[in-house]
Design a protein around this ligand. Sequence first.
Ligand code: ADP
Ligand code: MG
Length: 387
Amino acid sequence: MTVSTAVTGLGWPEPGRSAEGSAVDLRPGRDTGDGLGWPDDADNGAGPGPAGSATDLRATQSTQIVTATDIVTDRVGEVGDLADIDTPIAHQAAAAVYVTTRRREPLPAPASTRVMVVANQKGGVGKTTTAVNVAAAMAFNSLRVLVIDLDPQGNASTALGIDHHADIPSSYDVLVEETPLAEVIVPVDGIDGLWCVPATIDLAGAEIELVSLVARESRLRKSLTAHLAALPENASYDYVLIDCPPSLGLLTVNALVGGDEVFIPIQCEYYALEGLSQLLKNIDLVRAHLNPVLAVTTILLTMYDGRTRLAAQVAEEVRRHFGETVLRTTIPRSVRISEAPSYGQTVMTYDPGSSGALSYLEAAREMAERGAKPSADPTGHIPKENP
Ligand code: ADP
Ligand code: MG
């Protein structure tokens, strides 16, 4: 695809400094040098390569975006007769059947529990929406999933229909009072195989209370390790998804120390990548000092609006920088996704035939099929040989 706009700013630092707005010029940090808040691809040799290669790559990458329409077209046929009736309602019904009853080909379970930290220090990028919907999609497909809500706002708890007023035992008790996880986990109503550790507003104080506690960064890890070790093999989780607050404080650090993989949702919007280098730096620090296995394994593009060139540009830039780590599936901007939490539901149950539900199911499927394969470079930077 051609990118003919002068760069109006995708969140890159100093966008005005790029030249004619060619594909190559769009590369953040390339013409602006170091220290501009971007993962420094100059350091790891991820330069644009020979003239023309960037453009070729863009063409390949564009074709890799999987939209909800593709999913409907490709997969809904699997549900049988309903998909043969060529009306919009039948199509949507077929999609709903596909999302809620797809048991013929259950998602593959990982060899051991994958603990994934859903993090991005920006608010409103789709962390919570992604955590709960991927979790629900996995649970609908026979996997066992635990969502740990680590945001004092408790949005994940709300979306899963879990009570989280101040008296409810919650992630605060686990972190601050050392309450065993088993005492705070609750099953999610209506979705077999899905559990949640709710967050209450108490957690807002935990950032400060944790400061003076022993082993303040690894309290979640200790609790989670003890819990997982005590579970019989057939009752263990396939996935634990930790929903982080929009900050890089001690709650997020506890999540990064407690998990093995970082899962970063990126909103396809203006300033999408602002601050991401700070998150990557923190991940590097945690890996160096507290959790050597931590790796950025998964990036998901959210709120993708296929009608705008901006969304396509953001998607291309993210793919250029993060390569294979980015899931092929993108999540479309969808009213149904944003309505679901006010009914205490995920979009998987609220409107299983919607494009949002299909996309989250597809993202979950991609994640499960990739297994625990980490990115070539755990920092999430593009490896040298992959321009
Ligand atoms: P975060 O957890 O990163 O702060 P949320 O998941 O809470 O972000 O999403 C922020 C807002 O955007 C919420 O109101 C949510 O309902 C809405 N939202 C998230 N994903 C989508 C989407 N794909 N389409 C439309 N609205 C979305
Ligand atoms: Mg959130």
